[in-house]
Design a protein around this ligand. Structure first.
Ligand code: PGA
Length: 249
């Protein structure tokens, strides 16, 4: 079911104390909204976040996970470990995982399969780099990322997928895609899904935009018909900014 979502990707930020403080502030200031609100703190603080938000509508997601069931994967986290502490949503394919940690579409497809087997919800990130957009290849790149990591799934599986289009050149740079650029790509994403799965899957999938969303630009971006919300990095680390972005939806 297509829904409105504002998700905060905290990346490698916030100690335990800072996590607790930010969660308390978000809970206190959270506006009434029909949108889902999700936060993704770092792994070591996830269990605390789940417990501190036990009576809140704010949900907790993980920023990543490994595809293997368990075993000799030093430094990695398995799906069951997340499920066991009450987390069933995971961000996969973030551009920092792709560019800094070498995650490929094929590798991500395995993670997607594991998440599906475990009945988890995926926030799947993808998007083109600056030189790809400058060369006019952005549609082809995005199409390839979707096909390679997700198009082996059956139509039913798409109920568990949230897409997050994040042009790499807009992440953490202060440079945002214009609302028109976001809408253009989101419409293309739906068309690509429609061609493979049909209109029902394409119209029901939630597609978020990510990349330097902030209080000053959120409303305009969210107003576009194919933009269902945002994946927010930097601006999710300050309660007031994140709250303003939630209000914008
Ligand atoms: P940003 O990050 O909002 O800081 O650009 C977005 C993201 O990486 O998801």
């Amino acid at each position: 079911m297509r829904s409105k979502i504002v998700a905060g990707n905290w990346k490698m930020n916030k100690t335990l104390k800072e996590t607790e403080a930010l969660l308390a502030e978000l809970s206190a200031k959270r506006p009434d909204t029909e949108a889902e609100i999700i936060v993704a703190p770092t792994f070591v603080n996830l269990a605390t976040a789940v417990s501190n938000l036990a009576s809140s509508v704010i949900q907790v997601a993980a920023q990543n996970m490994h595809f293997a069931e368990n075993g000799a994967f030093t430094g990695e986290i398995a799906a069951d470990m997340l499920l066991d502490i009450g987390i069933d949503t995971v961000i996969l394919g973030h551009s920092e995982r792709r560019s800094l940690f070498g995650e490929t579409d094929d590798f991500l497809a395995k993670k997607v399969d594991t998440a599906m087997a475990k009945n988890m919800r995926i926030i799947f990130c993808f998007g083109e780099e600056l030189q790809e957009r400058q060369a006019g290849r952005h549609f082809a790149v995005v199409e390839g990322q979707l096909k390679n990591a997700l198009f082996h799934l059956d139509a039913n599986a798409w109920q568990k997928i949230v897409l997050a289009y994040e042009p790499v050149w807009a992440i953490g740079t202060g440079e945002t895609a214009t609302p028109e650029q976001a809408q253009e790509m989101h419409a293309f994403i739906r068309k690509t899904i429609d061609e493979k799965y049909g209109a029902s899957v394409a119209q029901n999938v939630t597609v978020l935009y990510g990349g330097s969303v902030k209080p000053s630009n959120a409303e305009e971006i969210f107003s576009k018909p194919d933009v269902d919300g945002g994946l927010i990095g930097g601006a999710s680390l300050k309660a007031d900014d994140f709250i303003e972005i939630i209000k914008a939806i």
